[in-house]
Design a protein around this ligand. Structure first.
Ligand SMILES: Cc1cc2nc3c(=O)[nH]c(=O)nc-3n(C[C@H](O)[C@H](O)[C@H](O)COP(=O)(O)O)c2cc1C
Length: 313
């Protein structure tokens, strides 16, 4: 997720355990033409076997070149973004706009698959709108082109993030291909993961927003689905330690000034399930001195009351 699944956040999620995590979307042309420093950031930890690097674009040559560069830097899986609904992306005819032009989409997919030897996967939505639910058709053609796994966010582009993800509609994709299909959208608990799998018939689930402020969620859901004991959710001192670790990683990765700002949304998410943390949250996101942020977390988080969040079902 752009702006969220950076290296610090992915590290926190992987600490608890996850089958696969995905980088922020990288614009393929920027990737190829970017300054070395920009490139280094996009590629960090690409060599991790559980990290997939996602690229977006609208020209086959940039997609192929970006994929080649990433593979050269150790990427183990390359994912193609055909799901992003943002106007600045779709107006550039990439992201979910590609679903309106399947022939062109296929030319990008083929170019990417042919450029690398690591597996290439595809992320898309159900279609552009309800009159154009063409994910099953694109998935079949993508499979023929060599795509090894397909993730479907169960909404159309025109829905953006509104309404409910339609897990049952993902089944049409599952039935049209032999490669694994992963269902995505609104999965936030083991119960919703089970229901999404039941309705879609998919081979797996992908979690997005549910993991914000809950880096343990992927491990918790995986444990529930496979009948293993769930990892303990950090509470009290352990919860403060976790937040502080993430905070330090943000500051080290982005440098202090930027890190203080990029950390704020994560601090908010960590505390949003705690009814008695509203005042602390407000103070944390206004504070620019990292030492005062650290002190507040250290002194106030361990004493927060029980989380009022949706408990694992
Ligand atoms: C802020 C934000 C940024 C996102 N960025 C990306 C992205 O870069 N690539 C992508 O494939 N999906 C992106 N998504 C979509 C999510 O991966 C996911 O498909 C969607 O949020 C539905 O799943 P969820 O309900 O589990 O979040 C983004 C979503 C949000 C809210």
């Amino acid at each position: 997720m752009a702006g969220i699944t950076d290296l610090p956040f992915r590290s926190m999620v992987l600490r608890f355990g996850a089958g696969l995590v995905v980088s922020e979307m990288v614009a393929s042309e920027d990737m190829v033409n970017a300054r070395p420093s920009t490139r280094a950031r996009a590629e960090l930890a690409a060599g991790d076997a559980r990290t997939s690097v996602q690229i977006a674009g609208r020209e086959a040559r940039w997609m192929a070149e970006a994929a080649r560069m990433l593979e050269g830097n150790g990427a183990r899986v390359i994912d193609i973004n055909m799901g992003c609904p943002a106007k600045k992306v779709t107006n550039g005819a990439s992201g979910s706009a590609l679903m309106r032009d399947p022939d062109h989409a296929l030319s990008l997919i083929e170019a990417t698959v042919n450029a690398v030897s690591v597996p290439v996967t595809l992320k898309m939505r159900l279609g552009w709108d309800h009159d154009c639910l063409n994910a099953p058709e694109i998935a079949r053609r993508a499979e023929e082109a060599g795509v090894r796994m397909i993730v479907i966010h169960g909404r159309t582009r025109q829905q953006f993030y509104k309404g409910r993800a339609d897990w049952a509609a993902v089944r049409h994709v599952v039935e049209n291909v032999t490669v694994p299909v992963v269902t995505n959208g609104d999965i936030v608990t083991p119960a919703s993961a089970r229901e999404a799998l039941r309705l879609s018939g998919a081979a797996g689930v992908m979690i997005g927003r549910g993991a914000q402020g809950r880096p343990w969620l992927l491990a918790e859901i995986a444990a529930a689905l496979t009948g293993r004991p769930a990892p303990a959710r950090p509470r009290g001192e352990a919860f403060a330690d976790l937040i502080l670790e993430h905070y330090e990683r943000q500051l080290a990765f982005y440098d202090t000034d930027l890190g203080v700002r990029t950390a704020r949304k994560h601090l908010t998410w960590y505390l949003e399930d705690y009814p008695d943390a509203a005042a602390l949250r407000a103070r944390l996101v206004r504070e620019s001195d990292p030492n005062r942020v650290r002190a507040m977390i250290r002194s106030e988080v361990p004493d927060l009351g029980a989380a009022g969040m949706k408990e694992a079902a």
